[in-house]
Write a protein that binds this ligand. Structure first.
Ligand code: BES
Ligand code: ZN
Length: 605
């Protein structure tokens, strides 16, 4: 074998920084680099296992030596070269956050290697649902790979700095559809009767970071809503989904006018089962969306705008690792609000921004003991990215970009944005890449906005001034007084104003105010879950008990962490409802996604 630095040294500070640029991956710059992979997976719902083979092809023939892959919970059956000859490998001990390093001794000259393996029923990327957890009578499987769960599905260099194209074959029960965030290349049924299987083929011609690998298998049907946009859902939900998300083509055209051509050809959407832990996930060509978006009035479609915006910010220009996550999410919130502004007007955009600012202040308060996580550029060696997740990269990132825009002027800033998307297209970027671009394009701007305080300082720079507007001030003043709005005022409120008001209300508020709000505005019954949850949090923290049945219903019917987290937290806060929180968690925990289960478990412990 080639001369290798001994393991002890490689974990030394200098070495790991040089060779392993991503603190959440064993991917090593000095080793072969995956250019593409071919994946086959047989889906076994009884065993909750994927039986797989993957061939990783390198950018160039290997010089010979070690290749470190990321894995978590994978049972490795065999590693071979292109001729089928066995290749030696070592599966190293489990590391708490990273998983297990699979070290393969790649022969000199090898252009690829092949691994046969099985996933674990506890694979962190996968949720296996029983028919009872769906709207129909069939089981369901879906993946969620961001941030570092792809490694529980495929052995890979699981870092966003290594883009890969792929081909894939899913072998699923014939009564189900298999979908991937990729181009569909056909379906072939084998056998007949109960044991029949369907082979579905896919190809991803655009290189992606591994966290954008995605699969879903279930009783799924689709409806075309434009030439390039198709909505997928379980049969019981397809009508509602196709209507609510029918705005997708309009949003996409608006985004193209703002950010340039859409580079991913198709733009399909999949409405997930209720346990999906996020609002949306920007899987390329097939965005995953929580069913809680289906409010019946299109009032929550800004989440769709957000995921579409990722087609540029995030999927085209990707954070090189989780320490630069704000490059994905801060830019995407910025782009999302540009789309919302173009479609619904500046005032609505400003309301969304104000709501974001409210959430940011709440995040700062919750991160009081972790000021490091209130910086835009973070240091995450030894930190699980799922645990570092907060509104900070989203809303502080957004505010930093707005500060740059305000100081530069809109046109120069738009030119900067265009240069960012052009220079790093299908690439991975760091915070320094962005700062260097700004300094080059608009010298002196960084100093004028105190960029250092934004990027590496905690919370917000002392110079930050909150934007104001008449409409916003009216809502905030009312909330500051702890008063209910007058019916004439409330009639004109948009969902964003309601949320802003409810989030800004004193907690606890007097029972009389809660009663008045409920009697006048029936907030408990709101079909807009953003409003409903903001209200339930206020009411629960205020001890207004008539809302408890609805809180119970929400916690039992939706697994989106954005709702579970504040609701459980509100129940835990009051001694009177603490046991209820524990009881509900015991009752519903098995419905939740493993990531959500861990998060809630930590909250109520
Ligand atoms: N990519 C994120 C979801 C995510 C982030 C999953 C980190 C795993 C790790 C997605 O684009 C997102 O931000 N979703 C938000 C939408 C909201 C900001 C409109 C959500 O889920 O609430
Ligand atoms: Zn996002």
């Amino acid at each position: 074998m080639e001369s290798r630095t001994p393991p002890a040294l490689r974990f030394g500070v200098t070495w790991s920084i040089v060779a392993r640029p991503d603190p959440h991956s064993y991917a090593d710059d000095a080793q072969p680099r995956t250019r593409s992979f071919d994946w086959t997976a047989r889906v076994d719902f009884d065993a909750r296992v994927l039986t797989c083979a993957i061939t990783l092809t390198f950018t160039e023939p290997a010089a010979g030596g070690s290749l470190d892959l990321d894995t978590r919970g994978l049972a490795i059956d065999e590693v071979t070269d292109a001729s089928g000859a066995p290749v030696p490998y070592t599966l190293h001990p489990v590391e708490p956050i990273l998983g297990r390093r699979l070290e393969i001794a790649v022969p000199a000259g090898a252009a690829s290697i092949r691994v046969r393996y099985r996933t674990s029923p506890e694979a962190s990327a996968l949720q296996w649902l029983t028919p009872e957890q769906t709207l129909g009578a069939h089981p369901y499987l879906f993946s969620q790979c961001q941030a570092i769960h792809a490694r529980s599905m495929i052995p890979c260099q699981d870092t966003p700095s290594i883009r890969q194209t792929y081909t894939a074959t899913l072998d699923v029960p014939a009564e189900l559809r298999g979908l991937m965030a990729a181009a569909w290349r056909g379906r072939e049924v084998r056998g007949s009767g109960p044991g029949a299987r369907a082979i579905e083929r896919f190809e991803m011609p655009q290189p992606i970071p591994p966290y954008l690998l995605a699969v879903a298998v279930g009783d799924l049907v689709s409806r075309d809503v434009s030439e390039r946009c198709r909505v997928w859902a379980e049969p019981a939900q397809i009508d509602a989904a196709a209507w609510e998300l029918g705005v997708v083509e309009d949003q996409l055209r608006t985004a193209e006018a703002l950010f340039g051509p859409y580079d991913w050809e198709r733009c399909d959407l999949l409405v997930m089962p209720p346990s999906f832990p996020y609002g949306g996930m920007e899987n390329p060509r097939l965005t995953f969306l929580t069913p809680s978006l289906l409010a019946g009035d299109r009032s929550l479609v800004s989440v769709l705008a957000h995921e579409l915006a990722h087609s540029w910010t995030g999927n085209l220009v990707t954070n090189a690792n989780a320490e630069h996550f704000w490059l994905n999410e801060g830019f995407t919130v910025f782009a999302e609000r540009r789309i919302v502004e173009a479609l619904e007007g500046e005032e609505i955009g400003a309301l969304h921004a104000a709501l974001g600012y409210e959430r940011l202040k709440q995040a700062f308060a919750q991160l009081e003991d972790h000021p490091d996580l209130t910086r835009l550029r973070t240091h995450l060696a030894g930190v699980d990215p799922d645990e570092a997740f907060s509104a900070v990269p989203y809303e502080k990132g957004y505010l930093f970009l707005r500060a740059l825009e305000a100081a530069a002027g809109k046109e120069p800033f738009d030119a900067l944005l265009a240069a960012w998307l052009r220079d790093h297209r299908f690439g991975a970027a760091t915070t320094d890449d962005f700062l260097a671009l700004v300094e080059r394009a608009l010298p002196g701007l960084l100093g004028r906005v105190d960029a250092e305080a934004w990027v590496d300082g905690p919370a917000l720079p002392a110079t930050y001034r909150e934007p104001r507007s008449r409409r916003l001030d009216a809502v905030r003043e009312l909330a500051a007084k702890g008063a209910a709005p007058a019916p004439e005022a409330a009639k004109a409120w948009t969902p964003a104003e309601w949320q802003l008001y409810l989030e800004a209300m004193p907690k606890p508020s007097p029972l009389s105010v809660c009663r008045e709000l409920e009697e006048r505005y029936a907030l408990t019954g709101s079909k807009n879950l953003e409003i409903a949850v903001s209200w339930l949090v206020l009411a629960c923290e205020s001890g207004y008990e008539p809302v408890l049945p609805r809180a119970r219903e929400v916690l039992g019917s939706i697994g989106r962490m954005k709702y579970l987290k504040p609701l459980y937290r509100a129940l835990v806060k009051r001694a009177e409802t603490r046991d209820l929180a524990r009881e509900l968690f015991a009752l519903y925990r098995d419905r939740y996604h493993p990531i959500a289960r861990d998060m809630v478990g930590g909250l109520i412990a």
